[in-house]
Design a protein around this ligand. Structure first.
Ligand code: NDP
Length: 477
């Protein structure tokens, strides 16, 4: 059965369909999904526009009930949805279920936020005048998501958009439509009025572009590559619309001489290789001071030998396959580039064969890398990391910040002085001390600076900045 797009409350088949393939076993077709056209996208935008006046004035209890019901169903179905996610994206079942639970928690959080909408009442600078500051929805929000977090990223964009009274046109990554289809189905059955949430699965160059080109989309929130992010920005400037971009990183993880070696290795392996390195918060630059360098590299090698890389759904798998062939080629190209640049491939980097045909890659660790190499400057988005040797903390901080990106930054140290200094001086939106660079909470702000992000933060109460617009009203008493 082909899973359809949701436009104006109707499930629409369209003229084309595409297949969702399991990267752990390319013979396994996860499902077939309708491919929306540019015309479908325009119909979805028109439906969202028509639904906006009523939804933007809907009661907070109605919104609360729908979002809360969605949270409950996602959490009740976490094993099934987590399995679907792991099957289509290739992260391990534990990671897939964990991400699904996080999506449920995000909907639960924003169900609560509906009930906490507040403004401010202030005295005016002039006598006998009152000032009220209120937040209003922005209008039709376009949501464009990547393949690496198929349920959590849609959740952390859709939940606040609806909570604050916006209507939505949602385009998930074509590679992983299953999880997105599932949450739209849940929201639809939870009682959303027609047109409030529209799903248009299909090609970014067609459906996404139709969204960028529409004057009727008032805000676009995007997560994905830097190149597409720039397109979103340019088109949004053209239409004078609000936009928010999350575009990845080249996140540093600093290991100081005084670090607890076991803590440092565990955090580094997690940062660099878990979720197959396909996280925008992954660390691919391990910046290590010289007193601990050799011990750290040896311990990383030992730890990497024990990693189980296999079918995402198999019990015991710690790292699943790369998401598809094109990403696998990007990863192996960078491994070749690292070698050409003079870094030493100390461990891994080989293609692996498993029981089923899939995109299996042994995590790769380069040593003797410099921060000037392409493998240290460009986002690889796979299980490939480099060790950069530095003299001391000061040089480590300089190298950590010497990057066009600024999403997440980590340090392993037992020194309060260095931890405190690093938290203050790391040029990143998120800083981790003795923790992996990836792995964040659902109720606090997420986002970066420099080339990683544009616009206000996502998640937690800070999400209101993007999904609402502020009104200041003056009244003569
Ligand atoms: P893209 O930026 O191409 O895709 C992200 C989303 O944008 C997808 O839904 C995509 O659609 C859509 N899109 C593509 N072209 C357009 C367009 N012209 N107008 C509007 N929307 C468009 O990233 P990829 O998924 O192809 O990944 C490529 C690289 O991006 C990765 O290797 C990685 O380096 C980086 N990346 C970073 C992420 C992060 O979290 N920071 C997440 C994912 C990727 P479609 O489904 O057709 O691709």
């Amino acid at each position: 059965m082909v899973q359809k797009n949701l436009i104006d409350g109707e499930w629409i088949a369209g003229s084309e369909a595409f297949r969702n393939i399991n990267p752990s076993d390319t013979n396994d077709v996860v499902g077939e999904y309708a491919r929306a056209s540019a015309e479908d996208a325009r119909a979805a935008i028109a439906a969202a526009k028509a639904a906006f006046p009523a939804w933007s004035r809907s009661g907070i209890l109605e919104r609360h009930a729908i979002i809360r019901k969605t949270a409950d169903e996602i959490l009740a179905r976490k094993d099934e949805l987590g399995k679907l996610l792991s099957r289509e994206e290739g992260k391990t079942l534990a990671e897939g279920i964990g991400e699904t639970v996080r999506a449920g928690q995000i909907f639960d959080f924003f169900a609560g936020e509906c009930l906490r909408l507040a403004g401010e009442v202030l005295p005016s600078a002039r006598p006998n005048i009152g000032v009220e500051i209120t937040r209003e929805p922005v209008g039709v929000v376009g949501i464009i998501t990547p393949w690496n977090f198929p349920i959590a990223i849609p959740a952390w964009k859709i939940a606040p958009a609806l909570c604050y009274g916006n209507t939505v046109v949602f385009k998930p990554a074509e590679l992983v439509p299953g999880s997105s289809w599932a949450i739209v189905d849940i929201l639809n059955r939870a009682g959303l009025p027609k047109g409030v949430l529209n799903l248009v699965m299909g090609k970014g160059s067609v459906v996404g572009q139709a969204m960028l080109d529409s004057p009727d989309i008032h805000a676009i929130t995007f997560t994905g590559s830097t190149g597409t992010g720039k397109r979103v920005a340019l088109a949004s400037v053209e239409h004078n619309r609000k936009y928010q971009l999350e575009m990845g990183g080249k996140n540093p993880f600093v290991v100081l001489d005084d670090a607890d070696l076991a803590v440092a290795v565990e955090a580094a392996v997690n940062s660099a290789f878990f979720s197959t390195g396909q996280r925008c918060t992954a660390s691919s630059r391990l910046i290590v001071t010289e007193g601990i360098h050799d011990r750290f590299v040896a311990a990383m090698g030992e730890r990497m030998k024990g990693l189980v890389i296999d079918d995402a759904l198999k019990a015991g798998t710690q790292i699943g396959p790369v998401v598809d062939e094109s990403q696998l080629n990007q990863d192996t190209d960078y491994i070749a580039i690292g070698r050409q640049e003079g870094a030493k491939l100390a461990f891994g980097g080989e293609l692996l064969k498993r029981d089923t045909p899939g995109f299996y890659l042994q995590p790769a660790l380069f040593t003797e890398a410099t921060n000037a190499m392409r493998i240290s400057r460009e986002e690889i988005f796979g299980p490939v990391a480099s060790v950069i040797r530095v003299k001391d903390y000061d040089e480590a901080l300089t190298v950590a910040n010497d990057t066009p990106f600024g999403l997440s930054s980590g340090i392993a140290t037992t020194s309060l002085k260095h931890a405190t200094h690093f938290k203050r001086n790391a040029e990143a939106g998120m800083v981790m001390v003795n923790l992996p660079t990836a792995g964040v909470d659902f109720h606090v702000p997420f986002g970066g600076r420099k080339g990683s992000s544009h616009g206000s933060r996502e998640q937690g109460r800070y999400a209101a900045e993007f999904y609402t617009t502020v009104k200041t009203a003056y009244t003569l008493a």
